[in-house]
Ligand binder design. Structure first.
Ligand code: COA
Length: 386
């Protein structure tokens, strides 16, 4: 089997595989785009499988950590079960390290496949159905902030407004170009902004979509308010749909909007996609992340990761004077499986849960500093799908 970077001439073969695998109907105009590259596997001289790697970054502890977003993994139906996906994933781990992407995220259709390569569930992408009667009972804002449609000149401020909120939520994409094009937002059906004295205080993007009867649905992609009054104004703006719709669908960007301000009933519908994370290069990932202020500490690890030999074996995570880094050596007191690294790094799981899943061993007291570093940051989230 031969694995290589895909080139523009592979477009037809790649589209054929993805059409078969995902029922994709729209043939993309271009395969090799800025911010995305990919690998193909050739077997018997034919393109047998493909995988894309997007150049994203995710906020962790307020810092944007470069992330390789794996997507569009597809193997020809006639070549399945022969290790094609396995070979592509192995090559992708090395490629991401070379491209300076110390972590990798993906939305799995087949979690067991990716677990075998060190990815593990590490956060959520959620969409909530907000019944209109409940939206009507959200408290009215004290301050009315007149909204207006967004214009091209608002794009930078809109991006800043998103970033101000997203950088405080572990896992969120920083939406940097070229992989994410900030100008695309203006293609939405509704983009309203709340001007503030210094940029934007908030904005809302939404699309009308079919479904839910003749009148269709309203899908809100971003409802982002930098402060309480901005969030309440945006929620109040959704009430104007009460005559037309029974509910609106809201993609969760800021968990505070739903959990702390929304008036959802006891039971409500949430659609969840979990994403998996793999730490590709532990020292680089630790250096790139932001960390909470912690006292000086050290944890001795043995990382069990045969697919990433560059960081496998004995190392120590050391915090001194507020700087956290990985050093080689140490006693290996805490044994961490490759799959433990993602949910630990994102903060989704603490050392107790990792131990119960068979992904961590060693004295609990030796492992406890890992929780001081990463746990309890809230549910890690992404609001972008790839
Ligand atoms: C999923 C898919 C990419 C697997 O490709 P493949 O080349 O047949 O996979 P491999 O032969 O390399 O299998 C690697 C490992 O994953 C396991 N695996 C593969 N497909 C699996 C499935 N559907 N369910 C559970 N495990 C699976 C294999 O058993 C193997 O494990 P093992 O080494 O322990 O035996 C392929 O079936 C496909 O294209 N499916 C449709 C598209 C899709 O779902 N893509 C994933 C998008 S996230």
């Amino acid at each position: 089997m031969h694995i290589r970077e895909y080139v523009e001439d592979d477009l037809d073969a790649v589209f054929r595989l993805r059409r078969l695998a995902f029922n994709s109907t729209e043939r993309p105009e271009q395969l090799v785009r800025p911010g995305t590259h990919g690998l193909v596997a050739e077997l018997d001289g034919r393109v047998a499988g493909v995988l894309g790697i997007g150049a994203f970054a995710q906020f962790y502890g307020g810092a944007a950590v470069p992330m390789g977003g794996i997507g569009g993994v597809a193997v020809d139906g006639a070549f399945r079960g022969r290790g094609v996906a396995a070979a592509l994933l192995d090559a992708a781990i090395g490629a991401m390290r070379e491209h300076g992407q110390p972590v990798s995220a993906l939305y799995p259709t087949v979690p067991t496949l990716y677990r075998g390569f060190g990815w593990e569930r590490a956060g959520r992408f959620e969409q909530v159905e907000l019944p209109m009667d409940r939206l009507l009972s959200v408290p009215a804002p004290d301050e009315l902030i007149p909204s207006r449609p967004a214009e091209e000149g608002d794009l930078a401020a809109l991006h800043d407004c998103y970033t101000e909120v997203a950088r405080t939520i572990d896992g969120m994409a920083d939406r940097r170009p070229p992989r994410i094009d900030p100008a695309k937002v203006l293609e939405m059906d509704l983009v309203s902004v709340l001007p503030g004295p210094d940029g934007l205080r908030g904005y809302l993007t939404a699309k009308r979509e079919p479904g839910g009867g003749d009148l269709g649905r309203l899908k809100v992609f971003d409802l982002v308010g930098a402060d309480l009054q901005a969030q309440l104004n945006l929620l109040a703006s959704l009430r104007s749909w009460a005559g037309t719709l029974d509910a609106v669908d809201l993609r969760v960007v800021d968990p505070a909007t739903i959990d702390l301000l929304g008036a959802t009933p006891l039971r409500y519908s949430v659609s969840t996609s979990t994403w998996m994370l793999r730490v590709v290069d532990l020292p680089a990932a630790v250096a790139a992340r932001g960390w909470p202020p912690v006292p000086d500490l050290a944890v001795d690890l043995e990382v069990v990761d045969p697919r990433a030999p560059w960081h496998a074996g004995l190392c120590r995570i050391v915090a001194t004077d507020g700087v956290v880094r990985v050093e080689p050596g140490g006693s290996g007191a805490v044994r961490l499986h490759a799959r433990a690294l993602g949910p630990w790094f994102s903060g989704l799981q603490n050392t107790h849960a990792l131990r119960r899943a068979g992904l961590l061993d060693g004295d609990p007291a030796d492992a406890a500093p890992l929780d001081l570093l990463a746990a309890s940051s809230g549910v890690p989230r992404l609001a972008d799908f790839f």
